[in-house]
Design a protein around this ligand. Structure first.
Ligand SMILES: Cc1cc2nc3c(=O)[nH]c(=O)nc-3n(C[C@H](O)[C@H](O)[C@H](O)COP(=O)(O)OP(=O)(O)OC[C@H]3O[C@@H](n4cnc5c(N)ncnc54)[C@H](O)[C@@H]3O)c2cc1C
Length: 478
């Protein structure tokens, strides 16, 4: 029997697992997908919001404000790209200037640092902004992060501190036997004293496995464009329009990989797994973005994608015990600003909800740091030369667009939370992220994965296990 069982290995579940791994506990994480962070955690705007706009007094405001300052230390410990580039909320009309004042007041109530800028000041900061801009608010504490690697490294750190992760384990039922929870997946059975439900868009389905609930989740889709690397500092800050009832609106932002992102839309949809994109929605995003930044070169789009927000009927994060049992904790409705809030949510869940129900002692040995590995694109020529002399595989390019080497791909395959799919390699190393989108490196990666796991290339998936790349052999070389 395990002490704590976490359902879902998105950023919420993995950071809770890491936080719990500080203690002498037997912890297990069950994830439906063949990788961690494969759902909402890898398909979002990746903004570490300042906390200016959630309604004061809500869980969203509380955890956003607590979470934001935790990112400096967390990303250092977990070796994840993070930059406090600051955000700008711009007003494009005189009426919007009034709304800007309301946002300024709200950010003051939330205790978020904010500076009012005139048209001239904001245009000086961002020369590519529309000259229709009337003024802006500058939030210096906002930032950008690499959300997928944050999740992978959080899981890896938790595993290195003793947590067990089981992938391809979709929870299908939960019940109690002799006062202990039994959790059934399609292939296995687990038991635990405490269950933490961090199942993202399926958290209401999981919660209903033990009792009727008075809240529900509705998927709200956000679609995006990803642009190639543009001129340096095309925009330096994350540019937001004024927030509305539908959310924070279409933003234009640099990413930690030096690309640019434009989006998201905000549409309620009926299906929990519909990640399609559509031309009309993308056209709307494009128009809204161009009204703020008219020179966005949409000819340089290299990808479109979508993510699904688990919007709760309570319009807030639901972080509480099940009504009938303090050994079942729901962490549900974690839509935006869930990424920035996740470290603070994890701390709260452990300190306020787990600790009162379990006698736990800190471990003698806990390391908050992940084991270091080489990032060649952050090294000087001399450092790279030295590394290549030690191991020539760091000199062998696999992805020429993003300059990812064989040595780097082999490194991530040998870590505690390795990828099992092409997408898993791509998100961890950026191989396939560039202009050709994997056209040249994908075949090599198929064979690297196949060799590493001792499987046939036909068994290597693009993403989930039901997404084969190769369907049959055309000829065999003996
Ligand atoms: C369009 C969009 C933009 C956003 N922008 C931002 C932003 O800029 N800043 C910010 O702070 N937040 C943002 N967010 C919110 C943020 O992405 C989420 O709050 C966060 O990723 C939620 O993480 P999670 O771990 O709760 O959910 P998920 O990442 O969805 O993880 C849940 C996991 O549970 C697993 N699971 C589900 N059912 C089962 C089952 N039955 N058995 C086992 N496992 C199961 C899933 O496979 C999944 O891996 C955005 C979200 C979207 C969609």
């Amino acid at each position: 029997m395990h002490d704590v069982l976490i359902i879902g290995a998105g950023i919420t579940g993995t950071l809770i697992a890491r936080e719990l791994s500080r203690y002498q506990l037997d912890i297990v994480v069950l994830e439906k997908s063949n990788d961690v962070g494969n759902k909402t955690t890898s398909a979002n705007s990746a903004i570490i919001h300042s906390g200016c706009d959630p309604e004061p007094g809500t869980n969203k405001a509380k955890f956003n404000i607590l979470g934001n300052p935790m990112f400096d230390e967390l990303t250092k410990q977990l070796d994840v790209k993070f930059q406090r580039n600051g955000s700008l909320t711009v007003a494009l009309s005189d009426e919007e200037l009034d709304s800007l004042t309301l946002l300024e007041e709200r950010s003051k109530i939330n205790g978020v640092s904010c500076q009012r800028l005139t048209k001239e000041e904001v245009l000086e900061m961002e020369p590519h902004l529309s000259t229709n801009v009337k003024g802006a608010l500058f939030f210096p504490t906002a930032g950008i992060v690499d959300p997928f690697n944050l999740c992978v490294h959080a899981m890896e750190n938790a595993i290195d501190n003793g947590v067990q992760l089981f992938l391809n384990q979709e929870v299908i039922s939960i019940y109690k036997r002799n006062g202990i929870y039994v959790v059934k997946t399609k292939s296995d059975e687990y038991s635990a004293q405490i269950i933490i439900n961090a199942a993202g868009n399926y958290a209401d389905v999981i919660a209903q496995m033990i009792e009727p609930i008075d809240w529900k989740l509705t998927p709200r889709k956000g679609e995006y464009f990803v642009l190639d690397r543009l001129e340096k500092d095309f925009v330096k800050h994350t540019i937001f329009p004024l927030p509305s009832k539908k959310g924070k609106g279409v933003l234009v932002s640099p990413t930690t990989s030096e690309n640019y992102i434009v989006g998201p839309s905000s549409e309620v949809i009926p299906e929990r797994d519909d990640y399609s994109t559509d031309g009309l929605t993308l056209q709307n995003i494009r128009q809204q973005a161009l009204s703020m930044v008219p020179e966005i070169p949409f000819g340089k789009v290299i990808r479109v994608f979508s993510g699904l927000r688990p919007s709760s009927s309570r319009h807030d994060f639901i972080i509480e015990y099940a009504k009938t049992d303090k050994h079942f904790i729901n962490v549900a409705g974690i839509e935006s600003p869930g990424l920035v809030s996740a470290p603070a949510i994890a701390k709260y869940v452990v300190e306020e909800l787990v600790k009162p129900n379990l006698i736990i002692k800190p471990k003698n040995i806990f390391s908050p740091y992940i084991r270091p590995y080489a990032h060649l694109n952050e090294m000087s020529d001399e450092e790279r030369d030295l590394l290549v002399k030690k191991n020539p595989e760091y000199g062998q390019l696999v992805c020429t667009c993003e300059k990812v080497t064989l040595g780097e791909i082999k490194d991530i395959l040998s870590r505690s939370c390795p990828p099992h799919s092409i997408k898993g390699v791509k998100r961890r190393t950026r191989a396939g992220f560039g202009r050709c989108q994997g056209g040249f490196c994908q075949p090599k990666i198929v064979f690297l994965l196949a060799n590493h796991f001792g499987i046939s290339p036909l068994e290597v998936p693009l993403d989930e296990n039901d997404s084969p790349i190769l369907v049959s052999r055309v000829k065999e070389i003996k």
